[in-house]
Structure formats: C-alpha cells, structure tokens
Design a protein around this ligand. Structure first.
Ligand code: BGC
Ligand code: BGC
Length: 596
C-alpha cells in the first residue's frame, strides 16, 4: 500500500469512527414534532380564545386561533341543534384550513345541561345536586351533558364549579355543591369522569379560593364575587385544594383561574398557585384558561397584564372582545423577552396535548336523547328535594284539591335561575319551550286521580291544601351578591310577599316550596307552614318535585349546606372552627324522610 493510500485509509477509518460517535438522533414525539414545526404566530394564535360574536371563519383561519367560546346566553341564530352544528363546524373548518392545521376547541358554560341551547333539558343547579350526595348520579349527568354538547359540536365545558362556598351571601352559591370540601371533591370528580368519558374537556373552576372571599360591608355589594381571600395558606389548602386534587386524579383537562385574590394578589398573576402548586406540585398536565377578561384587572398596561398572567402559568387567554389587542401584546411580550419562549412552548404543548386527548373528530356525530335526559333530570330533581318540615301533611293524596299559588307555579324561568338561556336567567318561561312547570306536573297527577288544581284565589274555599311556591329573581355571579336573605328581600321575587299573605288568609294547611339558589331566612314563617321543602333551582323537569310530594318516591335529599337563621350568616358554615350555632336554622345533613 503506498503512502497516499495508507493516509486515505486512516482518514476514512477515523472519519467513520467519528461519525459513529455522533450523538444519537433525538426522537421527537408526534406532538413535539408538531410544536417544532410551528411558527411563533401559529403558537400565539393557539393561546387566544375569542367570543363567537367577535370572530368569523376567516379570522380563525388567519390567526390560527386555538379556541372560541360562547359566553352566558351567547348562541347562533337560529338557536337550534342545526344552528349550533353549522356554527361549530364552519369555525372548525376555518381552523383546520389555517396554516397550523389544528382543530378548534369550542367552549361553553353548560353548568346544568346545555343551558344556552333553546329547548334543552336542563338539570338542577349544583346546590341541588349537592343535596343528593350521589356521585353516580353526577357521573351520569356529566355524561348526558357531554352528549348534549357533542350533538352541537362543542368540545369544552366550563364546568364543574368546585367552589366550596363558605358564605351564603355570595351570588354564585347555587353553582357550588356544598360548603363541605369532601362532598365537593367527590361530586366534582364524578361529573368530570362522566363528561370526559365522552371525549369532552371539563374545567375545574375557579382556581382557587373563590368560595372563601370576605364580605366587606363598607365597600360595594360585589366584594364577595371576584373578592379577596384572607385565610392562611394552610386553611386555603385544607378547604379549597382537595377538589382540585380529586379533579386531577380524574385527569381533568382544563382549569380556570379565579377572578378573586388571595391577600390582595389577583389569582391571574399568581405564579405560586398556578405554576408551583397546580402544575408542579399537583402535576396538572392540561391547560389553564383565564376567566372572562380577568387579566385586565391586573395592574399596569395591557402588555404587562398579558406578560404577568402568561408568566404566572395561564396557557389560554379568554378574551371575548379584545382578543386582537391581546394577541398583539402577547407577541410584543415575547419579542421584548418579557415572556420566555420556553413558557410559550409549554403553553402550546399543553394545548396540543388536550386537543390530542379529545375526540375532536367525532364532534357533531352524537344526537340529543331528550327522553333519556328528561328521565335523568327528573330523577335528579326528586333526589335533590330536601324536606325541612312536615306536620304530617305530606305525602299529598293524589285526589287532593289543591290551590297552587306563588310566583314559581308556572314559570320555567324562575325554576331554572341564572345561566339558563341567558347569562342572568329569564324572568318568564318563554324561552323554555320543552320545560314542565309545577302547574303542569301537579295537574298531570291530579287529573289522572280525580283531584283538582286551582290557581285562582277565588277558588280557595274549594281546596283542601295550599301549595305556596316562593321564588327568587334569577341572577348570576356578582349580581346575586346580597346581605339581604329574607324571603321578601332584594333578590327575592316581588310576588313572594303577597303570596305568603294570601296563603295565610285561606286558613288552609300550607305546603311551601322554595325555588331558590340559596338558603333564605324562614324562621318567622315556619309556624304558619305545615310543610316546607327546599326545591332549589331544579331545572326543566318539575315532575321530580311531584314524585316526592305525592309519595311515589321517598324524600332522600339532605342539606349540603348549613341553613342560617339570621342575616349575619357568615359564621354558620360547618367548616368553620368557631361556628355560631345560635345562627343555625337547619344544620348541614338535615333532611326529613316520610315513613308510610
Ligand atoms: C365566569 C366563568 C365563566 C366565564 C365564561 C365568567 O364571568 O366567572 O365561570 O366560565 O365567564 O362565560
Ligand atoms: C359572563 C359571560 C357573559 C358576559 C356578559 C361575563 O361576565 O361570564 O358569560 O356573557 O359577562 O357581559
């Protein structure tokens, strides 16, 4: 071998040795590959969520927007299953034809069934479901809600609310299962399990402390909603964290941040709670979404609000209106190194992960099961009725002649409360075409059994019994905050006052039903009433109420909240160390049964 060839061989051997020692190639998962292929603009678009009313197919396509929401009451026209399907599938096609080619998430507050869809079967609100103590029922309601949403192309439910409400004066009390942490944990996890079993994304909300804000009489009435928590970290962890632990065990795919603050620090800027506790300590793998325009409550310019919330760990910004400005601010924040690229990549990776987990290809393929939903809702209504007093008048005889009076007798708006057709709820029944009211439910039983139902006071003398149906005016969120818990107070229906008097004047035995989202003060009337039932905001199926009143089904509901006796009700929760029992009317767990 001549010298030239020798050198060549040596070089070749050395080269092949070097190339063999090359770093092993990094194998990316499909999701990592996807992330690596995305441009900065595509990534940022995924982090934005606008309202249906402020976007169209082209805007979704051009921005690669990751998700869209319908806020309370927001709906397409026509508000039918087909109308929803047209909307959600058009927007999804827009998303898929964007350069990132990613499907769209569509989010909505289906907090007691598909409550933005006209004519949908609606379940009782959470305060009622808490009284059932029935996790299996909650799982089935979660699944049924998922099918209702799936049938209209919706993939993301902003539910369940895991607030462990300690103060009866908060307007969102009815969105809470209980003042008891363990009960909220078990019912919330069951709902998540049922909902996500259909390939939808549930949302554990609102993280964290939303049921523990303090009431400040010196400020305005909104201090409970979106207010401030002053408890110690140990108390917050004990009272409010376990439902999130249970939700994460069910692999909940999203968490919504609370509008409220802890020690005056807004949760939307709390890196400690969102990143250190929720994501790192609890190992939450899904997406964190901000609440409705909540980041704008942070101090400073839009740029610093966006940077602070994303750096705290928010992955998706719910920006119904200002989404374009927020998208611009997010880009500037990245370009100015105010938000590190690693944070953006983490957020987008989480979005890719949840999109991959969901059954997005099959949305729109389910169909509504109205008959099944009605039966399930009726079961839930019956199980949630709590019998608070009974002087032997219940169960009612099916052939009894009954005078039905009060604002809640024939008004599906009142029996549904807030988050029903519209955000604040409806004062009439006009938008609940398929609902059954109490009048219809009583009439059905009486007619089949030779009884009569009267609704006119002039027929009072013909009746054996008066059923008095008292109600609240519908409300949602801070609009429902009140320190006036009387049955004729600020949020009570204006018809209550007359109806209470009229019932008394008949001198007949009175059975009172309360269609309320909270526990109102009944002490001064209890003597006058022979029976009292908490019927709550029970939804569209009133036969569940008559099922127990007429004794076809037993009363099995028990209070999941303490029922206060006085207005200064903040000391009554059973979770508080120094609760004041003199202020308690009915304790948590209370609920009578009827032995036949
Ligand atoms: C509420 C959330 C809700 C969101 C979207 C907010 O005002 O606090 O519970 O999910 O609006 O409608
Ligand atoms: C609610 C939305 C609602 C909006 C109306 C928000 O606080 O969460 O769902 O549509 O207010 O302004």
């Amino acid at each position: 071998m001549n010298i030239v060839r020798k050198v060549l061989v040596i070089v070749l051997v050395a080269f092949s040795l070097v190339s063999c020692k090359k770093e092993p190639e990094v194998i990316l998962t499909p999701l990592e590959e996807k992330l690596a292929s995305m441009t900065l603009d595509e990534k940022l678009g995924q982090m934005i969520q606008a309202e249906r009313y402020s976007i169209d197919v082209t805007k979704i396509q051009n921005t690669n927007m990751g998700s869209v929401l319908s806020g309370g009451g927001s709906h397409p026209n026509p508000n039918t299953v087909q109308g929803w399907l047209d909307l959600t599938s058009d927007l999804n096609h827009g998303a898929l034809s964007g350069s990132a080619e990613l499907p769209l998430l569509y989010g909505i507050d289906a907090v007691h069934g598909h409550n933005n869809l006209k004519g949908a079967v609606l379940f009782p609100h959470n305060i009622a479901l808490g009284a059932t103590h029935d996790a299996d029922l909650l799982e089935r309601i979660g699944k049924a809600t998922a099918v209702q949403l799936k049938a209209t192309g919706i993939s993301w439910d902003f539910a369940p609310c895991l607030a462990v409400v300690q103060d009866v004066r908060w307007g969102r009390t009815y969105e809470s299962y209980s003042e008891n942490t363990d009960l909220v944990s078990s019912l919330g996890a069951a709902f998540i399990k049922g909902l996500q079993s259909e390939g939808l994304m549930a949302t554990a909300k609102h993280f964290i402390g939303d049921g523990g804000t303090v009431f400040d009489d010196s400020k305005n009435s909104y201090m409970l909603d979106q207010g401030n928590v002053t408890l110690s970290e140990a108390q917050i962890r004990e009272l409010f964290l376990p439902p999130y632990v249970a939700a994460i065990e069910e692999n909940v795919l999203s968490v919504m941040v609370s509008f409220s603050s802890i020690d005056d620090e807004k949760m939307h800027a709390s890196k400690y709670w969102i990143t250190d506790v929720l994501k790192t300590e609890l190992g939450f793998k899904g997406v964190v979404v901000s609440d409705w325009e909540a980041i704008h409550q942070l101090p400073g310019s839009l740029l610093s609000q966006v940077a602070a919330s994303v750096n705290a760990g928010v992955d998706i910004l719910m920006e119904p209106n200002a989404w374009r400005d927020v998208l611009g601010a997010l880009k500037r924040a990245v370009e100015n190194d105010m938000v590190p690229m690693s944070r953006i990549d983490d957020a987008v990776m989480r979005i890719l992960y949840v999109k991959d987990e969901l059954d997005l290809a099959n949305f729109g393929s389910a169909s509504l099961d109205d008959a099944g939903d009605k039966a399930l809702a009726r079961e839930a209504v019956a199980k949630s009725q709590v019998l608070l007093k009974n002087d032997g008048i219940l169960p009612l005889a099916k052939n009894a002649d009954i005078l039905l009076i009060g604002p809640g007798v024939n008004n599906a708006g009142l029996q549904n409360g807030g988050w029903s057709f519209s955000w604040q709820g409806e004062s009439t029944g006009l938008n609940f075409p398929n609902a059954t009211t109490l009048l219809a439910a009583f009439t059905e039983v009486a007619t089949a059994n030779g009884g009569h139902i009267y609704t006119d006071l002039k027929d009072a003398s013909k009746a054996d019994i008066v059923v008095l149906v008292l109600a609240e005016k519908p409300y949602a969120e801070g609009i429902g905050d009140t320190a006036d818990l009387s049955l004729t107070g600020a949020l009570a229906h204006e018809g209550n006052f007359d109806a209470i008097k009229q019932a008394q004047l008949t001198k007949k035995p009175v059975v009172t039903l309360l269609l309320t989202g909270r526990r109102l003060l009944v002490d001064e009337y209890l003597e006058d009433w022979d029976a009292l039932v908490a019927s709550w905001l029970f939804g569209t199926e009133a036969q569940g109420v008559t099922d127990v009143l007429y004794g076809d089904l037993p009363f099995s509901g028990t209070l999941s909240f303490t029922w206060p006796k006085t207005t200064d009700a903040d000391q009554t929760s059973s979770m508080l160390p120094n609760r004041d029992m003199t202020k308690v009317q009915f304790d948590i767990g209370y609920g009578l049964t009827i032995s036949k």
